[in-house]
Design a protein around this ligand. Structure first.
Ligand SMILES: [Zn+2]
Ligand SMILES: [Zn+2]
Length: 650
């Protein structure tokens, strides 16, 4: 008997090994085995078993890692699809998805039932939107109860901190058929949970993106909470997108995928419009119509002032203070230190082809596009208004905190960012402090979103939930740092972020209460986003954004593939990038758009030099292009990483 084995190396082929007598009947597809490779022992994955092979001399399999196949037939197929779609070898894919996540323990029971793939597949993708997170979570429980009647479910959340809260609720409702799967538990525990699922002891897994691959035999529903979160993109090989991978799994298992979010991603909205996705009716019974959140939205143009806080913002904060209410100031965590911004007219210099901000290269005194090879000489004067006061697009939270203390010395301020919210305990403590009325102003980064679910489930605390009705002002201090990031999704992400953050605000049903306020500061209120943002009309914004995307050839109209050539030696990397570029020109001619090679944002990363080539291709040709890229062999001691549908170019 011969086993075809996938090895975790960047070679896109399978290796044949003989199954020795003593291991016959002990090895099947989906099992991890040890094999001799060169002069070392490697771990491999058995993909299939054949009677014979053409090769006369073969090495023997040395042993097994697990006594049973831990990967089901369906998951093997899924791994094969991911390996093709994301141009990564099957062995590397399997290793990344399975082996890294689970380590063996001694207690193993053989599975009671083989994998079951339904004959009549009816996969479908549904959107669940327009509800705050807390209400979405309750909707998920209803959906889970329904689908548990004839199958099993996976519920994915973007971050571990959502799991600790929600697992209690799920266990209360569904009992001991719920387990969790994420990087925060030990490999040993992950192995136990994996085997429990394989043995049909579980019906629901709650976890982060790695839980998508749980070995359920009768998977019926995959729920992805906050589909717009960037953590759903795997940043290591294979660089899969969890949503796309979930769709592939739904096709194999005939299960349903539900994408939940405050507002959908632009791409999901497009697929809804083009009838590829459907919408789930929410509790208001409305399918398509959506309730716009009842907030006052104020767009404040700081114009040419040097100030960080507009008079309007100061007044709003003072008013909150007088009424013993709480204000929140949001600051973007990331600043692009090398994008030049003109505070006088509120613009950045953009690439005429790609529509994204140009990046400043000080040494050469040049402005360069991150996507294509467009370059222009740096000039000290802003090309739009002539001002010579250009500064970098960034915001330091510590600096702003000092400024706040100077402007509002009497305010009790709490800072919320990744350095102050490290553990579950930190989060709890922060909420306690807010609850016990010791805070007037929260100033925070994206970490504020971690506080939101706690604040919204505050009734479980000893303190009265009334306190949380007091958060009535949200200010986006500097929306320009979001809008001008050199990324074609920057405006879309800014819009989604405002919605997500608004969940922290009081939404009182009492007509006597004043509506909460969202105050957004910019230096250019002429930017096209504000027309729709001031009405929180995401649909209108998405429709206009789709027109831009089509003009510039971005997703969903085109698929992007980012090719990164990397290696230790700079010249080798440059040479290989040229060779790759030549190969692409010759192979595809003008049938795809080839941008670059260019220097990526991080020219050097993990002590390797990098060059980037960005491809724009027709979505229908993904497979053809993927196959040709997969067959390409790099030289010059350089390596190549493919990022299909990149979320962010680093
Ligand atoms: Zn460009
Ligand atoms: Zn200007």
């Amino acid at each position: 008997m011969i086993a075809e084995v996938a090895l975790p190396i960047p070679v896109r082929k399978l290796f044949s090994y003989r199954i020795p007598k003593e291991l016959e009947n002990k090895i099947s597809a989906g099992q991890r085995v040890l094999i001799p490779f060169g002069n070392r022992k490697e771990k491999g994955y058995v993909v299939s078993i054949n009677e014979t092979t053409g090769q006369s001399y073969l090495k023997d399999i040395s042993g097994v890692v697990d006594d049973i196949p831990i990967i089901t037939t369906e998951l093997l197929k899924l791994a094969e699809i991911i390996s093709n779609n994301y141009v990564c070898s099957l062995g590397e894919t399997l290793d990344s998805i399975f082996s890294v996540n689970i380590n063996k323990t001694d207690t193993i029971l053989p599975p009671e039932q083989m994998t079951f793939i339904p004959k009549h597949n009816k996969p479908g993708i549904f959107l669940l939107t327009n509800l705050p997170r807390k209400e979405r979570m309750e909707m998920y429980i209803n959906l889970l109860s329904e689908s548990l009647k004839n199958g099993e479910c996976i519920l994915l959340v973007p971050e571990i901190f959502f799991i600790t809260d929600f697992i209690k609720r799920l266990s209360d409702v569904f009992g001991n058929v719920v387990n969790i799967f994420h990087s925060g538990i030990t490999p040993k525990q992950r192995y136990i949970n994996w085997i429990d699922t394989l043995n049909n002891k579980m019906k629901i897994t709650l976890g982060t993106r790695m839980a998508l691959f749980m070995p359920f035999g009768k998977l019926k529903t995959i729920i992805i909470e906050d589909e717009t979160d960037q953590s759903y993109k795997n940043q290591q090989k294979p660089m899969y997108n969890t949503i796309d991978a979930a769709m592939e799994r739904s096709k194999l298992t005939g299960s349903v995928v539900i994408l939940g979010s405050r507002i959908p991603s632009l791409e999901s909205y497009y697929y809804y419009k083009t009838k590829k996705y459907r919408m789930i009716k929410n509790k208001y019974g409305s399918k398509d119509s959506f309730e716009k959140p009842e907030f006052n939205v104020k767009i404040i143009d700081l114009k040419e002032t040097k100030t960080v806080f507009s008079n309007e913002l100061k007044t709003e904060i003072e008013q909150r203070l007088a009424k013993n209410e709480i204000s929140v100031i949001f600051l973007n965590r990331k600043g692009y230190v090398n994008v030049l911004f003109c505070p006088t007219c509120g613009t950045t210099r953009k690439c005429p082809e790609c529509g994204i901000s140009l990046v400043y290269h000080e040494k050469e005194s040049l402005l360069k596009c991150r996507y294509c090879s467009f370059t222009e000489k740096f000039s000290e004067a802003c090309p739009t208004c002539g001002s010579k006061n250009l500064r970098f697009l960034s915001s330091g939270i510590e600096k702003i905190e000092d400024e706040i203390k100077r402007v509002f010395p009497h305010l009790r301020v709490m800072r919320i960012d990744s350095s102050t919210l490290k553990t579950e305990k930190d989060i709890h403590q922060s909420v306690e402090e807010i609850a016990s009325d010791r805070i007037d102003l929260l100033i925070g980064t994206q970490s504020l979103l971690q506080l939101e679910p706690k604040i919204n489930s505050a009734d479980k605390l000893d303190n009265p939930a009334d306190i949380f009705r007091k958060i009535t002002l949200l200010s986006i201090l500097d929306v320009d740092t979001l809008l001008h990031l050199p990324d074609f999704r920057s405006a879309e992400r800014a819009f989604q972020l405002v919605y997500k953050l608004s969940d922290i605000l009081n939404k009182s049903d009492n007509p006597a209460d004043k509506k909460s306020t969202i105050l957004i500061q910019t230096r250019n209120s002429d930017h096209y986003i504000f027309n729709t943002l001031k009405k929180l009309d995401w649909k209108k914004f998405y429709n206009s954004e789709l027109v831009h995307r089509k003009e510039l050839g971005y997703p969903p109209f085109n698929r992007l593939i980012n090719i990164v050539v990397h290696g230790r030696n700079k010249n080798n990397v440059l040479n290989e990038a040229q060779k790759m570029s030549g190969f692409l020109q010759e192979t595809f001619k003008d049938r795809i758009t080839i941008l670059g090679p260019v220097e990526p944002y991080h020219i050097k990363l993990r002590s390797e030099y990098r060059q980037q080539i960005l491809l724009k291709i027709d979505p229908g040709r993904t497979e053809e292009v993927g196959a040709k890229l997969g067959a390409y062999k790099p030289e010059h001691n350089a390596r190549i990483t493919f990022d299909v549908n990149p979320y962010e170019l680093v």
